[in-house]
Each structure stands twice: as structure tokens, then as C-alpha cells.
Write a protein that binds this ligand. Structure first.
Ligand code: ADP
Length: 488
């Protein structure tokens, strides 16, 4: 059953005037090569692919497709840079380079934010206030550790691993690059980074910035391409460490490929986070947190609060308030400062989300979407709420990666813990309550790497992030994030 909001409940008599962010100040090349050994080079195969704007399906640039020979060339450059300069450089000097990258990201924050929204479809508000400042913050944070590793691990002998291969997804393109690059470089490793095929542009702009920052050639190499390029990185024998963020499915393939080799591995995979609202919670605040946890960012977050558990006494009120709030969310141009929900990242992802909307209805859940119109071109999905769901439903078990929330109710804390933990994932969770004791009680019992209390989706470079079970292993961020790039 599908329920659409009645036009009468959504006041269309007024709208915000468009407030588009200007894109005049950005500079994009029509074609990008591979960033190897400090220079942009043509791919050996001569192949390029398009990266498009998912909000209007227009081509933004052509990007090189790296094959195994390009990967090998990048590994050689990274190894040379490691042996010749980076591992020999005084840690304080290494730290200065990482600081320089942080400062330059801040200086170019506007350009990075616009390109992130153009290439990935996320609202400019999000790119400007979350992605880019946090990316800079990660470089600042890890720059500070470069010459203090001995203090981070007292009594041990922290040493870099060598060459790291890093593969990242499309949901936070520059931020994921920062999460991977900053600790690796601060610890003295050299790297090959592969951005996702649908969002390569901010990583390529970062390559330009790294050139400008005068980093020794080969310390950072940025290779574009799709799964085959990623697989070539994973197979490369000259790599000492693989760090991957992406789907659980690909994570499992990578784990098998790395098994039995000398390569160290960290995996940050999918999630199906439980966002739990207790009867004593501040309801309006919780509703805003639920919206922030799933709808902002199109649900393109592995830690999205995609399963909502509401205690029975307040379920009616929470669902009603949520529907009202959903009607006011603005879906549209990612570059408009008023936009809450931007474009879905790719046609493939939109098709996946739409298939889940169908599955949810076939499973017998009730689907609610606000009725407002969507732009004609581009990839769009209305914020969606499923009620009457069961633990056995695929929409409550599987990661959808879209603005789709499945609601369940519960009576007791024991019941909600059992339900929330009944998932193959364990990345994150949220708890909304007035009582500190309940927060501590629940956080002890929930099997999730990150748990937010009375807030959601808040990040800080000092806080470790990572999952349990099929959400992966290893932690990124904070002191824990250093361990992934050191032998101790
Ligand atoms: P998502 O579902 O979020 O797109 P994927 O796991 O498919 O996640 O992609 C995450 C990253 O992994 C992307 O950079 C993608 O190109 C890369 N990738 C995809 N398949 C493979 C593979 N077999 N080996 C290595 N990397 C891969």
C-alpha cells in the first residue's frame, strides 16, 4: 500500500526562492589523466570514461581508466618515494607537508564543495559544512601526530608499513580520501588511492593541490577507474596494506584476495543502523535527528539510521511528526542552498533504491512519500517511510543506501536490544532518551562501533569509527586510526 501526503497537508502556497551557489569560480579540465609520480599521465590503455552530474545527467569531465600496468607504475613510484624520501624524512617535516595539505583544502574549500555537489549530487549545504571542513580537519589532526607516534604508543616502536593501496566509495568522496590519506602519510607510508568511478573529481583536484603543495613525487598517487582497477590494486604484490571502504560484498572479495599474502587489511563496510527512540525522549529533537540520520545526504551514508525503533507509547506521535517534517524537506538542485535532499548518485543506485521500494510494498509494509514533484532530468528519490514492517523483511535487513526509513515499534529495552542487534551489520546506532542511565545501559548492549546519544551523524577526527560483524574491522579516526598504518 502506498500512501502519499494529501496536497492539503502540504502548504504549497509559498516556497523558498532559489538560492543557487555559483559555480563560476571552479576550474575543471575536460579530461583528467592518472596522477602517478607527481604528474598527470595518460592511461596505458588510452581509455577514458565520463563522470556526470547526477542532477542533470550532463557530462562534467572525462577521466582515465587505470589498468594493471598503470597500477604497477604507480606502485613503483610509491615504493621509490617511500625508500628515497618519505620514510627517511624527519617526522616533523612529514607533518609540515600534511599541515600544508590541510591549509590548502581550507583555502580552496568553496571550489571543493561545489565540485563535490556537482559530481556526487549531495546538497551544497552538506558539502560546505560537513564534507570539506571535516576533510581539512582530518589532515590537521593527523599532521599533529606525525612527530608524536612514540607518545601515541609508549614503549613500542611504531614504523610505517610501506606502500598503502586505498579504495574509497562515492558517498563522501573527499572526506573518505582524507580519512585514508591523512593517517597513512602522517605515519610515513606512501599511497595509491582510487576514488569511486562516479565521484572522481575532488580526488583529482586533491591531486592538483598535492602537486601545488610540492609533496615529493610518488608519495601520493591517484588512480581512477572502476572495480577492475580496484581489483588490480588489491592484487598488486608490491602493496603492503589495503584499506577499503565500500560494500560488504566487495569487502568479502577483497578479504579473500588478500588472504595468505603479507598485506595488512582494514575494511569499513555496510551498515543498517538502528535509531532508537524511547518514550522519555525529547520528541521534536528526535524527529530532527531521525531526518538528519536518514534523509539528509539521500541516505548515502553507511552509518545512516535506516531502521527506526520507536517505543509504543510515542510511536503515533513520532510517525505523525516525521511525516509532517518530511513534507517540508526540499528535494532538488544540489547547488541550491535550500536543498535538503540532493540527487541520487547514479542511475544504478537509483534503480537499486527503487527495487527496494517495490520489495517493501510486496512484503506488505505501508509506504509513505510526500507528494511534491521531482525534477524531470537526473536521478531523484522522494524521502520514504515504511511502517508495518517486520524483522524478516528485506527492507529492515538489507542496506538500501537511499532515503528510505523502515519503522518498527517495541515495548521494553530488552526487546529493542534484541531487535536492533538482529542484523548482520554493526556499524552504528542512535539512542534518544532523557535518561543518562538508559543511554549507558543501551550502549553497553548494542553491537555497533559508533553509538550516538540524542544526536546523529556527528563526526570528529579524534573519534574512532568502524564496525563489528559484516560492517568490517579496523578503526579509522583518532589514535586508533594510526594503528592501521603502522607496525608496532
Ligand atoms: P558501493 O556499493 O558503495 O558503490 P562498492 O563496494 O561497489 O560500493 O565500491 C566501493 C569502491 O570499491 C569503489 O571505488 C569501486 O570502484 C571499488 N570496487 C568495486 N569492485 C571492486 C573489486 N572487486 N575490487 C576492488 N575494488 C572494487
Amino acid at each position: 500500500m502506498t500512501e502519499h501526503s494529501s496536497p492539503l497537508t502540504f502548504d504549497t502556497s509559498w516556497q523558498y526562492a532559489p538560492a543557487p551557489e555559483s559555480a563560476d569560480h571552479i576550474s575543471l579540465k575536460s579530461r583528467y589523466g592518472l596522477f602517478i609520480d607527481g604528474k598527470f599521465r595518460k592511461p596505458r590503455s588510452g581509455k577514458y570514461f565520463d563522470t556526470i552530474n547526477p542532477a542533470n545527467e550532463e557530462k562534467l569531465a572525462e577521466v582515465a581508466e587505470a589498468d594493471a600496468a598503470d597500477v604497477e607504475a604507480a606502485v613503483k613510484a610509491a615504493r621509490r618515494a617511500y625508500d628515497k624520501y618519505w620514510s627517511k624524512l624527519k617526522p616533523a617535516e612529514r607533518g609540515k607537508y600534511v599541515y600544508r595539505i590541510a591549509r590548502m583544502i581550507q583555502e580552496k574549500a568553496r571550489e571543493f564543495a561545489v565540485i563535490e555537489s556537482l559530481d556526487g549530487g549531495k546538497p551544497i549545504r552538506e558539502s560546505k559544512s560537513v564534507d570539506i571542513p571535516l576533510a581539512a580537519a582530518h589532515f590537521f589532526y593527523y599532521a599533529g601526530w606525525a612527530d608524536k607516534l612514540a607518545y601515541a604508543f609508549p614503549g613500542r616502536d611504531p614504523r610505517p608499513l610501506g606502500v598503502a593501496g586505498q579504495i574509497i566509495p562515492w558517498n563522501f568522496p573527499l572526506l573518505m580520501a582524507a580519512w585514508k590519506l591523512a593517517p597513512a602519510l602522517a605515519c610515513g607510508n606512501t599511497v595509491l588511492l582510487k576514488p569511486a568511478e562516479t565521484t572522481p573529481l575532488t580526488a583529482l583536484k586533491l591531486a592538483e593541490l598535492i602537486q601545488e603543495a610540492d609533496l615529493p613525487p610518488g608519495v601520493v598517487n591517484i588512480l581512477t577507474g572502476a572495480g577492475e582497477t580496484g581489483a588490480a590494486i588489491v592484487r598488486q604484490p608490491g602493496i603492503d596494506k589495503i584499506a577499503f571502504t565500500g560494500s560488504t560484498e566487495v569487502g568479502k572479495i577483497i578479504q579473500k584476495a588478500v588472504a595468505g599474502t603479507h598485506k595488512k587489511l582494514t575494511l569499513e563496510l555496510g551498515g543498517k543502523a538502528a535509531n532508537i527512540v524511547l518514550e522519555d525522549a525529547p520528541i521534536d529533537q528526535a524527529v530532527e535527528g531521525i531526518v538528519n540520520g536518514i534523509y539528509f545526504n539521500q541516505g548515502h551514508v553507511c552509518c545512516a539510521g535506516s531502521r527506526l525503533f520507536v517505543q509504543e507509547g510515542v510511536a503515533g506521535e513520532v510517525i505523525q511528526k516525521l511525516k509532517t517534517r518530511m513534507q517540508t524537506l526540499i528535494v532538488g538542485d544540489p547547488l541550491d542552498k535550500n536543498t535538503d535532499i540532493g540527487a541520487i548518485n547514479s542511475r544504478t543506485q537509483l534503480e537499486t533504491i527503487e527495487s527496494y521500494l517495490k520489495i517493501g510494498q510486496e512484503e506488505g509494509a505501508s509506504m509513505y512519500q510526500p507528494a511534491y514533484p521531482l525534477p524531470e532530468k537526473g536521478y531523484w528519490c522522494r524521502p520514504t517511510l515504511f511502517t508495518d514492517t517486520a524483522q524478516s523483511h528485506r527492507i529492515t535487513q538489507e542496506e538500501i543506501f537511499g532515503p528510505v526509513l523502515a519503522v518498527q515499534t517495541f515495548r521494553t529495552l530488552e526487546e529493542v536490544v534484541a531487535k536492533a542487534n538482529n542484523t548482520p551489520y554493526g556499524l552504528s546506532a542512535g539512542v534518544w532518551t532523557d535518561k543518562g542511565a538508559k543511554i549507558f545501559g543501551l550502549t553497553q548492549q548494542l553491537r555497533a562501533g559508533v553509538i550516538w546519544a540524542n544526536t546523529y551523524n556527528k563526526f570528529d577526527p579524534t573519534a574512532p569509527f568502524g564496525g563489528y560483524k559484516e560492517s568490517g574491522f579496523g578503526r579509522e579516526g583518532g589514535l586508533h586510526g594510526l594503528e592501521a598504518y603502522l607496525q608496532l
